[in-house]
Design a protein around this ligand. Structure first.
Ligand code: PA5
Length: 426
């Protein structure tokens, strides 16, 4: 569950003013009558997903866990960020799990490419290649390299048992390749765009391979689907958050800083940035989404947030209960002067840092803060949060009168790059 705490905004929001507009947009989302309406497959996906494929995902994930030491997830943008966010959030940054997960195909960096190939070449690895279009250049180059490496190590037949594809049901280069090779293949439904795809096999297969409970993830998503299906913003926390964002834009804020106090949520910030950046940033509209981890970044960005230009507001994901507690020990000499904290937990210190920072930013910095309260971080609550942010994003984009589901601006650099690379037709 997510509760929106709006008590730390500098100016209160007159929600009444937005009630009718929100209801109208709700209607547009739910009767699928707005721009991009053929990409609303995610809306009811937590209740309507393919249960047969879901079981196959779990079966193949078990096979990967039993037979390999590494899973290389090969995809970019919406085809990897959700899985990465979930796996890091739920396993932590130094997981002792027997299956290592490596993300690949999200960069043209020659060094990264070399280093990953060099690292995995003598290890037992499987590949999950993920691409809806099947033509994304970063992913395609990386997959060609992985396929070659596997075929050299295991032969063509052996490689086929180590490769899993996630792509469109019937079209695209990857679909053709997967069919020709006979790879087990999962579907990214045609009516779901990459950045809204974390509950499809795009997210679920790597998450299940990581040993995480995808039943619980989907349960959380389903509850969020139900909770955010209410048309009134007074009963719908996702819509309330969307209105707060909209109001901040009208109060001349141009940047939304997504803040957590958990390093293992850095990738959730990356997922959030793609979701909101690609969904809203068009037609000269949108807040620039960026992210920070506190208290780490209070030692770098903190100065700007407190005292710099007043362009931003903060969205804080506040998780009330840490999964693990660590007590600060007492020390005989107390040369570091920390005995006043002896017996207290690190999470207690984190909480005081949060409260102190909130007050500093709000009261003396005059930086608006909206707080999204979450009880704890587990599969259920993360599933809830992913859905919550997607629904709030659709509402936010439609309030700005932009299509939340396309990304025309992304194509321009690709055209230039293809021209420079000498690709036919460019
Ligand atoms: O959200 C999106 O649609 C994009 O980020 C895509 O997911 C990304 O560009 C990768 O595309 P594809 O899955 O076709 O390789």
């Amino acid at each position: 569950m997510i509760k929106v705490n709006d008590k730390h905004l500098i100016k209160g929001v007159d929600y009444k003013k937005y009630e009718d507009e929100v209801k109208k947009v709700h209607q547009i989302i739910h009767d699928k009558s707005g721009p991009g309406n053929d990409f609303l497959g995610w809306l009811n996906y937590p209740s309507s997903y393919d249960k047969v494929e879901f079981e196959a995902i779990k079966k193949y994930a078990k096979y990967v866990r039993e037979n390999f030491d590494i899973l290389v997830v090969c995809g970019i943008g919406g085809s990897y960020l959700g899985a990465r966010a979930a796996i890091e959030a739920l396993r932590g940054l130094h997981s002792k799990d027997k299956l290592e997960i490596i993300f690949f195909g999200q960069t043209f960096s020659s060094d990264y490419t070399y280093e990953v190939l060099d690292y995995i070449k003598d290890k037992k690895f499987a590949v999950n290649v993920i691409s809806k279009s099947g033509t994304t250049t970063e992913t395609s180059i990386a997959f060609r390299l992985l396929k070659n490496l596997l075929e050299q190590k295991l032969g063509v037949e052996g490689a086929r048992k180590a490769i899993f594809a996630t792509t469109d049901k019937e079209k695209g280069a990857l679909k053709t390749l997967a069919t020709n090779e006979g790879y087990p293949t999962f579907v990214l439904p045609g009516d779901i765009g990459g950045r809204y795809s974390v509950f499809t096999a795009v997210g679920l297969f790597p998450i299940a391979c990581a040993g995480l409970n995808i039943n619980e993830l989907m349960k959380g998503a389903l509850d969020a689907q139900k909770d955010t299906a209410k048309p009134s913003l007074f009963e719908n926390e996702a819509y309330k958050y969307a209105v707060i964002r909209y109001e901040q834009k009208h109060q001349q804020k141009s940047v939304e800083l997504f803040v957590t106090y958990e390093p293992k949520l850095v990738q959730l910030g990356e997922w959030f940035k793609q979701l909101y950046g690609e969904s809203e940033g068009k037609d000269g509209q949108g807040l620039f989404p960026t992210s920070a981890t506190f208290s780490t970044d209070l030692h770098s960005l903190g100065q700007f947030i407190q005292d710099g230009s007043k362009c931003l507001f903060e969205t804080i994901v506040h998780i009330k209960h840490a999964k693990n507690e660590v007590k600060i020990p007492s020390d005989k000499l107390d040369l570091d002067g920390l005995n006043y904290l002896a017996g207290k937990t690190v999470s207690y210190v984190n909480e005081q840092a949060y409260l102190g920072t909130l007050e500093a930013h709000e009261k003396s910095g005059q930086v608006p803060n909206v707080i999204l309260e979450m009880d704890k971080l587990d599969e259920y609550s993360l599933g809830y949060a992913f859905y919550f942010f997607m629904k709030a994003c659709a509402m936010s984009a439609y309030l700005l009168k932009v299509n939340p589901f396309n990304q025309p601006g992304v194509e321009i650099y690709k055209k230039n790059m293809f021209h420079l690379l000498g690709k036919k037709g460019y």
